[in-house]
Ligand binder design. Structure first.
Ligand code: ATP
Ligand code: MG
Length: 401
């Protein structure tokens, strides 16, 4: 496997100073698979103090856990001292960590065999737990005894499903049995970490692996009404956008139900709002004529309209034929290209104009603007100040009669 120059530089410096240094974990796994690693993590027998002394520019990222970030140019590389984890009395974090001079001990604490490989400057992979074989067999297997490893840290169960979705791997039977046996421990994991893993699964190449949450029995501990989730393979066809994929997953729920799921997972508000809106709107038909399209664009905006069309195109929400989807897309483009008024901001009449024209301040202004906006959404060519004021005058006259 090939190690990037920056990483080689760090490993070389460590070696010259008399320390061991290896690329480790996810980057080795990805490089062996010919995937591009997101980041390169480094492990060493040098203590954090020694790492800081050797490298000029460093940041104290997680000193307590032995992690120092070494800066090369604009990029940072996490260099972590070999360590073993102490007892896990809370099922989440080790009570303490101990630095060790042994690479083997450090690899042993890692979650899965495919994540427990290291690679030195010579580009030889050090694989003490059969990680390469598991990559070939395409399985996720715990390092050591699965029951113990999941008991130490319940998040690993969700990580197992996450890696199976990202890599399209199976979970090895013994690891799977252990996982199914202690899903209840998911209660100990924070909502934020659960949400982060669920997002990684949902945004992976194989989001349908979310079905494993349900078949393992984990769903009920995640505050998501698992039986109602739609873990369909079609989700993989959607663009990798959080709100789109969550909306698809929650399409059998009500808009409020979907919003509540995201709320309980401590989603950022923006995603929660988008998903709620999309799930609600997906149950309706797509706009079937230009006025309907303008009204919908005015209500939800062009971006959410496009989301809705995409969701329908891939079969989510109430059924829409290919023809209906095609026409909706054309209508949306037509309205936007024509520059039709779909926002009160581009209405040619303002509240001030209405005051001048003798409309009473307060609610009557709002009502009049509303009336004119609806007129313009139906007939965009009416959006001229004189025309609209005249229409308003006619309406008042009619009402007096
Ligand atoms: P990604 O591509 O998502 O970053 P990764 O394998 O790098 O995947 P990280 O969460 O960045 O995953 O963790 C880096 C490494 O640390 C893992 O490869 C694994 O060796 C180890 N690790 C991370 N979390 C745990 C955990 N909960 N239990 C045991 N080992 C872990
Ligand atoms: Mg990583």
């Amino acid at each position: 496997m090939t190690i990037p120059e920056h990483v080689k530089k760090i490993l070389g410096t460590l070696n010259r100073e008399g320390f061991e240094g290896y690329a480790v974990g996810g980057c080795v796994r990805d490089a062996v698979l010919n995937r591009v690693p997101e980041d390169w993590d480094i492990t060493t027998d040098a203590t954090p103090e020694e790492v800081k002394r050797i490298f000029g520019r460093t940041l104290d990222t997680g000193i307590a856990h032995g992690t120092v970030t070494v800066m090369l140019g604009k990029e940072g590389y996490e260099v972590t001292t070999y360590r073993t984890d102490g007892e896990y009395s809370d099922g989440r974090h080790p009570d303490y960590v101990t630095f060790t001079p042994s690479l083997k001990e450090d690899l042993k604490r890692r979650d899965f065999t495919i994540n427990a490989m290291a690679c030195g400057l010579d580009e030889q992979v050090i694989d003490l737990f059969g990680g390469r074989e598991d990559l070939l067999r395409r399985v996720i297997r715990c390092v050591g005894t699965p029951e113990e490893r999941f008991h130490e840290d319940a998040l690993r169960m969700l990580r197992a499903i996450r890696f199976s979705a990202q890599l399209n791997f199976d979970i090895e039977p013994e690891t799977w049995r252990a996982l199914c046996g202690q899903t209840e421990n998911m209660r100990k994991v924070s909502r934020e970490r659960i949400f982060s893993e669920l997002n990684k699964i949902l945004l992976s190449e194989h989001p349908e692996k979310l079905a494993l949450l349900i078949s393992s029995g984990m769903g009920k501990y995640l505050d998501i009404s698992a039986e109602e989730l739609l873990c369909s393979e079609e989700i993989a066809a959607l663009p990798k956008q959080k709100h789109l994929r969550w909306a698809a997953l929650c399409s059998n729920l009500s808009g409020e139900g979907a919003g509540a799921v995201l709320h309980s997972l401590k989603s950022e508000l923006e995603t929660e709002r988008r998903v709620l809106l999309l799930v609600r709107e997906m149950k309706e038909k797509l706009p079937e004529n230009l006025p309907q399209m303008r009204r919908k664009l005015a209500a939800i905006g062009p971006d959410r309209m496009e989301d809705l069309i995409i969701l329908k195109q891939f079969g989510f929400g109430s059924q829409s034929s290919e023809q209906e989807v095609f026409c909706a897309r054309q209508r949306k483009a037509a309205v936007l290209e024509a520059g039709d008024c779909i926002s009160r901001r581009t209405l040619t009449v303002s509240g001030k104009d209405l005051l001048k024209a003798g409309v009473r301040p307060g609610p009557p202004i709002g009502e009049a603007l509303d009336y004119l906006f609806q007129l313009v959404l139906n007939e965009p060519e009416l959006n001229e100040k004189n025309v609209l004021l005249q229409r308003l005058e006619e309406k008042r006259r009619r009402e007096k009669e």
